[in-house]
Design a protein around this ligand. Structure first.
Ligand SMILES: Nc1ncnc2c1ncn2[C@@H]1O[C@H](COP(=O)(O)OP(=O)(O)O)[C@@H](O)[C@H]1O
Ligand SMILES: [Mg+2]
Length: 250
């Protein structure tokens, strides 16, 4: 018997007025793999993340996370079940230090953000913030205000904020967008490392990065899944080459 996929997307549609941003998406994400979602601009990748995380309700179809139906669950419920994402709109508090940002995220995971919360919750948040600083190698920046960070460090802090909720599955929407080569390499390395302990789905347009880090690739076009396979399978797929990689002789 094969293991239940961590995420099961079944016939998901999302319409914006007359536009079918998602026109019946069927896909699964396996635990223990790093999955990439690729496809041209407007293919529906971000909309799919929005529907999975409860930011948008699907117009049709169903979504299961770890076997549980989350189709119409709230953002908060889905997050509490262990599904986290980074947002394209940055969630970092600029006036706070790196450590404070992580502490608040860790604290909110415990469902409370009150000034006189229990000592235990406070201690747990402290420990989690410290562990995240270490894991992301941001300890030397712990007392820096986030506004002073480099682009790459902000991206890592964002990932840290998402990790503070201790997710089982992390969705990353173009995490290296806008980075130079050195920052890209460092961030990709971190994502690769993290994928050993939690499941990750990454939307990424840099095809070299995608082929380098992913175990599984889902190719979207026009709101549906065009192909699905390993990097080797996808690079050989004639439909993908024609539609996405711009290969004329495919
Ligand atoms: N909130 C929205 N309202 C109306 N149209 C939207 C909205 N979000 C996305 N779209 C449209 O849905 C399509 C898919 O967008 P998106 O999911 O952002 O694609 P991708 O992330 O693959 O580039 C696009 O045509 C986009 O303009
Ligand atoms: Mg997008």
């Amino acid at each position: 018997m094969t293991a239940t996929p961590i995420l099961e997307i079944d016939g998901v549609e999302k319409h914006f007025g007359g536009l079918a941003a998602l026109g019946g998406v069927h896909a699964t994400v396996d635990s223990g793999k790093l999955t990439a979602v690729i496809g041209p601009n407007g293919a529906g990748k971000t909309t799919l993340f929005n529907v999975i995380t409860g930011i948008l309700n699907p117009s049709a179809g169903s979504i299961r996370f770890m076997g549980k139906d989350i189709t119409n669950s709230s953002v908060h419920e889905i997050s509490r079940l262990g599904l986290a994402r980074t947002l394209q709109i940055k969630s970092v508090f600029h006036g706070m230090t790196v450590r404070e940002n992580l502490w608040i995220a860790a604290q909110s995971r415990q469902g409370i953000f009150r000034p006189f919360t229990s000592m235990k919750a406070c201690r747990v948040a402290n420990e989690r913030a410290d562990a995240l600083l270490e894991e992301l190698q941001l300890t030397h920046l712990a007392s820096q205000e986030a506004v002073n960070l480099s682009y790459g460090d902000v991206a890592l802090l964002e990932i840290g904020i998402a990790l503070a909720t201790e997710p089982k599955l992390l969705l990353l929407d173009e995490p290296i967008c806008g980075m130079g080569p050195a920052e890209t390499e460092r961030t990709v390395e971190k994502i690769r490392e993290l994928s050993k302990r939690i499941d990750i789905v990454i939307i990424e347009h840099d095809i070299e990065v995608v082929f380098d880090i992913s175990d599984d690739i889902i190719v979207m076009a026009l709101g549906t899944v065009l192909a699905r396979g390993t990097p080797a399978e996808i690079s050989e797929n004639a439909d993908v080459r024609a539609a996405y990689l711009g290969d004329d002789d495919a």
